[in-house]
Design a protein around this ligand. Structure first.
Ligand code: NAP
Ligand code: MG
Length: 462
């Protein structure tokens, strides 16, 4: 247990304004592993002022030099990958191998992609008798969740810095340690003072103060739809731009021509990965009625294999919430074929990998985001029915389509109301725009589209 001090503001660790701390708990064994200061509106104000003060110079820094700093950041992230993975495992509970392969590795790829984009992006273009300049939007407030704690920070910080913006980050209260480690990597990478600032604290206190701060030009938020709506309302009052990455209830559509076993196995792995705490997880599996029973059996077998390997969910509240959804599924008449509401271990916030069959589209477990290792398998009659079910939620973040050939899957995918679709198990691409249709969000992250979120245009006529 270690008491961490200070906020990273203006290029140094500075004492927090108040005395309150947040306890950081390892969800695998429920031990308190550290404390961090609980930031106040005063800390937020100091951080925003530091970001504002650093803005003119950073915005005027040639893109090639910004690119060089981002490349240095990528290199420090690479050098410290083991430490990052261990930290995420300690505060989020994810198995170390997953922390290495995803939580530590993806931010390296994303930082690297923005080092390249900063160097190559056309910050100036011509149209007719105009020259259009893409200028940084200003001071960014980034409010991030705990489920991919470093990725979600880097997916905002890297494009913001590439664009020439400065930033204040308020990480999730459950995962502040990797955020602090990131502040150290930024420092080591030689970013100028004030370009990046970190304030740890509680959402309704530090997060709220940051979203409300008049010195912030753009609020980039990842988290729940409820908090996203609240932040968008605050921003609307001040005519601030917002980018929102919110919840999801994505469909994994298995068309009759697909390789059923592969589609089901990859689908189960997708849901169980990160203990089901992935906003883009394919939590609804849609199977043709003729293949339904076989798919259910395959999924139950696949889920049972995850029993030993899966990590805990992030905290006791989340564990209770997920188990509440499992109870609700049973109460509404879905059939449990793997897992269930009983905690598989006495210590740690573990939830059994759970699969429900006979789920109908109107059930709570088919509509609401559970954010735990829970898969619902739904039956469809024909393709039109599958499409209605797939599109039948308020969300539209991601999804998957499986078919005998890619062209058939693409035709279906184009009709889905969602921001990202994996075709026959397509791989993660750090350059592909990520973001939601409908209530899954506003704006896009990653790649060139993610960079554009942090820019505003000025046109000069000749
Ligand atoms: P959350 O409660 O919405 O929290 C997200 C962030 O907002 C945290 O830093 C939180 O601080 C802060 N916050 C809470 N209340 C606030 C307020 N009134 N003003 C300003 N900030 C506030 O979400 P979560 O429970 O941490 O994360 C799970 C949710 O995030 C799921 O719904 C999931 O789908 C969604 N998510 C979406 C994406 C995406 O890209 N679309 C990615 C990951 C997660 P505290 O930590 O102190 O609560
Ligand atoms: Mg929260």
């Amino acid at each position: 247990m270690k008491a961490y001090d200070g906020m990273y503001i203006g290029g140094a660790w500075r004492p927090a304004a108040g005395q309150d701390v947040i306890e950081v708990v390892n969800p695998a064994d429920e031990q308190v592993i550290g404390t961090v200061p609980a930031g106040t509106a005063e800390d937020v104000d100091t951080a925003v002022r530091a970001a504002r003060a650093a803005l003119p110079d950073w915005a005027a820094t040639p893109p090639a030099e910004r690119a060089a700093r981002l490349a240095a950041l990528r290199d420090v992230l690479t050098a410290r990958a083991d430490e990052i993975a261990e930290t995420v495992t300690a505060e989020l509970g994810s198995p170390l191998k997953f922390s290495q392969a995803v939580h530590a590795a993806v931010p390296i790829a994303v930082a690297g992609s923005y080092a390249e984009l900063a160097a190559t992006y056309a910050f100036e273009e011509k149209t007719g008798n105009s020259v259009v300049h893409h200028e940084p939007i200003g001071v960014v407030a980034a409010i991030t969740p705990w489920n991919y704690p470093l990725h979600q920070i880097v997916a905002k910080v890297a494009p913001a810095l590439a664009a020439g913006c400065t930033i204040v980050v308020k990480p999730a209260e459950d995962t502040p340690l990797v955020a602090r480690l990131f502040a150290d990597t930024v420092h080591e990478a030689g970013l100028p003072a004030g370009v990046f600032n970190l304030v740890t604290g509680l959402g309704p206190v530090a997060g709220q103060a940051l979203a409300e701060h008049p010195g912030v030009d753009l609020v980039s938020f990842t988290g729940s739809t409820a908090v996203g709506r609240h932040i968008a309302a605050i921003a609307a009052g001040q005519v601030k731009k917002v980018a929102l990455e919110l919840g999801g209830k994505s469909a994994n559509v298995i068309l009759p021509t697909a390789d059923l076993a592969k589609a089901v196995n990859v689908g189960v792995a997708n849901v169980m990965s990160n203990s089901g705490q992935t906003c883009s997880a394919w939590t609804r599996m849609l199977v043709h009625r003729d293949q339904y029973d076989e798919a259910v059996e395959l999924a139950a077998t696949a889920a049972a294999k995850y029993g030993e390997r899966i990590g805990p969910v992030v905290n006791a509240k989340q564990q209770a919430r997920v188990r509440g959804y499992i109870d609700k599924g049973v109460a509404e008449g879905a059939r449990l074929v793997a897992g269930g509401p009983e905690a598989p271990r006495e210590t740690g916030y573990f939830v059994s990998p759970t699969v429900f069959a006979d789920v109908t589209p109107d059930m709570t477990i088919a509509q609401e985001e559970i954010f735990g290792p829970v898969l619902s398998i739904l039956k469809y009659e024909d393709e039109e029915d599958a499409l209605r079910i797939a599109n039948g939620t308020v969300y539209g973040l991601a999804g998957a389509v499986w078919a005998g050939d890619e062209a058939e899957a693409v035709v279906f995918a184009r009709r889905m109301e969602t921001g990202q679709v994996d075709i026959n198990g397509g791989r993660f691409n750090p350059l592909a725009p990520f973001g939601g249709y409908k209530q899954s969000g506003v704006g896009r992250e990653l790649g060139v589209h993610g960079l554009a979120e942090y820019l505003q245009t000025k046109s000069l006529q000749f």
